[in-house]
Write a protein that binds this ligand. Sequence first.
Ligand code: NAD
Length: 361
Amino acid sequence: MTKHILILPGDGIGPEIVAEAVKILTYLRDTAGLAITMEEAPVGGAAIDATGVPLPDATLDLALQADAVLLGAVGGPKWEPLPIAIRPEKGLLGLRDQLELFANLRPAILYPQLAAASSLKPELVAGLDILIVRELTGGIYFGQPRGVTTGEDGTRTGVNTLVYSESEIRRICETAFDIARQRNRRVCSVDKANILECTELWRTVATEVGTEYPDVTLSHMYVDNAAMQLIREPKQFDVMVTTNMFGDILSDAAAMLTGSIGMLPSASLDATGKGMYEPIHGSAPNIAGQDIANPLATILSVAMMLRYSLGEPTAAERIEHAVSTVLDQGLRTADIMSPGMRRGGTAEMGDAVVVAMDSQV
Ligand code: NAD
C-alpha cells in the first residue's frame, strides 16, 4: 500500500537539509520500489510569512492524513519579535499536540569514524548506540495545578504537578519494549521511585509491562544514577524509557556525548506508530543558505521513519549503512570536519549518500 509522507522544510537550514533527505526518498521510490508519495507544506516562520500563522489549517489537515511527517526545523531571528502565541515554534508544538505524539525517540549514536568529536574518551563512546524513549505529552510539564500564586502576606509560591495515569505509563513502556525487540532487547526504566510516589507507580507499571515481554530484559535505575552512568559508561544502555522531564534532560546529555549535533535524528510517535521525524538541531540561521549545513541528521531521520512508521527496516539499514560508508570515505561537512578528511557541502553530502546506496545493489 502506498504511504503518504508530508514534507515540512520549515526555516533556516530546514529547506536545504530536507532537500537532501528528499533525494534519498526519491532514490528509494524510483529504484527500489518504495511505494510512497510526497507532498510539501509550509510550517513555522515560512507559514507565518505565507499565511500569518505558524501552523495553517491546510498543513495540519495534510499532517493528519499523512502516514508520516518529515520536518526540517523552525524559527529564526526574523520572527522573534512576534508574540509567543504566533511564533514559529508554536507550529511544532501544535503538530505534536494535534497528532497526539506521546513517544519521543531520541537516539544517541556515535559512528566510530566520529569518536574524536565527543568530549568523552573515544573508547567510552565509539560505536555508542542508545535510544532514549521519552514520554512527551504528560508528566510535570502538563500536570495541574500549576502556576505562581501570591499569599495574603505577599509571599509568592510556585507549583507544578507530576502526574501520570497507569495508561500513560503503560503505553510509553510498551513503545519502549516493542522497539527494544528491534534492537538489543534491553530496557532500562528511569525513575525516582525512592522519593516520588508517581514514579513508584511508573516502576510498578513498567515491571508489569515487562512481564508481557519475557524476551526483553528490564532493569530500573534512579534518574540521578542514570545521569551519572550516561557519562561513566554510556555503552551499557540499549533502550532507556522515562518521564517527560527526566527524558528531556537525559536525552540532551546523551546527545551531547556524541559531540555532533548535525548527526542526530529523532522521532515522535502516536499510538498507531504514525510519527513525525526531525533532526534534533534547530534551524541554524547563522549558516542558512551557505550549503554548509550537515544534512545527515535529517537523512537519518528518514531511516527512522522507514523503520518505525513505514515498516521498511531494510531500507532504513541501507541508509544507515550508506552514511557509514560516506564517513569511511572521509567526506565531512564543516561541523564534523577533522584533519585529513575532505570537506564537502550540504548537497555534496546528500549526493554521496545516494551514490553509496546505489553501490550497495
Ligand atoms: P541550532 O540547533 O539551530 O544551532 C546551534 C548551533 O549548531 C549553531 O552554531 C548551528 O550553526 C549549529 N548547527 C545546527 N544544526 C547544524 C547542522 N545540521 N549542521 C551544522 N551545524 C549545525 O540552535 P539555536 O541556534 O539555539 O536555534 C536557532 C533557531 O532554531 C531558533 O529560532 C530556535 O528557536 C530554533 N530551534 C528549532 C528547533 C526545531 O525546529 N525542532 C529546535 C531547536 C531550536
